[in-house]
Design a protein around this ligand. Structure first.
Ligand code: FES
Ligand code: FES
Length: 257
């Protein structure tokens, strides 16, 4: 028995020219892998390319004047600053809350010329010349608005985080209804809705999420104000401005700008 035979891989016993042995196959595969890796190895040894020239230059802040709750604020803002951040971080009006920061919860709802918007989805520079109303501007001369009083009377909040947005939204809701704006549950959108049913209130408030689940009491508060004076927009000159100008909220959910 030859030495070669002693060291032979059992897999070589059946090898023929037409049928390469397992050892030869493994040797070929290893060689192929080495060749394939060569470009990668060369690339690793090359000098790294110089970093690309910076093309996204920061745009410097510029003065932006916002009229909020009847007062003019001139703020130094970059164009990318949202209205929500401008209100909270630059104007110091912390009543408007940041929930999701992506238009899904309604916590940041404010009124722009009487129209409710998600302030996290719009840039502050887009609102120069408009009258912005935040929750701080709903009360008038130290007196709570009818909607604020109704929220208290109907226990329409628990933690209160969503409440500023709920109040702004509910205030605009009644003005929209008064102006004849239909919602997706309005039976005949060609006619003025006959009454503000609970379904109408729920649908029109559906852009405002309450994690505490105070929905039933929020609906009761809105219903009470509607059934009372129906003048939810009476608090705050900014709200009146928007309504009197015929600027209503055109859809069930919030506008983004
Ligand atoms: S923070 Fe949630 S919608 Fe703006
Ligand atoms: S009261 Fe807590 S989230 Fe609405």
């Amino acid at each position: 028995m030859s030495t070669h035979h002693e060291c032979q891989d059992p897999g070589d016993e059946a090898a023929t020219p037409q049928q390469p042995s397992r050892r030869r196959f493994l040797q070929s595969a290893a060689a192929a892998a080495t060749v394939g890796a060569a470009p990668h190895l060369r690339a690793q040894t090359q000098t790294p390319a110089a970093p690309p020239a910076q093309i996204n230059q920061a745009v410097p802040p510029r003065p932006v004047t916002l009229t909020v709750n009847g007062r003019a604020y001139t703020l130094q803002l970059e164009p990318r600053v949202t209205l929500l951040d401008a209100l909270r971080e630059y104007a110091g009006l912390m009543g408007t809350k940041k929930g999701c920061d992506r238009g899904q919860c309604g916590a940041c709802t404010v009124l722009a010329d009487g129209r409710r918007i998600n302030s996290c989805l719009t840039l502050a520079v887009m609102h120069e010349g408009e009258h912005i109303t935040t929750v701080e501007g709903l009360a008038s001369n130290g007196a709570l608005s009818p909607m604020q009083r109704a929220f208290i009377e109907h226990d329409a909040f628990q933690c209160g985080y969503c409440t500023p947005g709920q109040l702004c939204s509910a205030t605009a809701l009644l003005n929209e209804f008064r102006n004849g704006t239909a919602s997706t549950v309005t039976a005949d959108v060609r006619r003025r809705p006959a009454q503000l049913s609970d379904d109408e209130i729920r649908e029109r408030m559906s852009g405002n999420i309450c994690r505490c689940g105070a929905y039933a009491n929020i609906v009761a508060a809105v219903r009470a104000v509607h059934g009372g004076s129906g003048q939810a927009g009476s608090a705050g000159a900014d709200v009146h401005d928007g309504v009197d100008a015929g600027i209503g909220h055109g859809t069930t959910h919030h506008s983004t700008a």
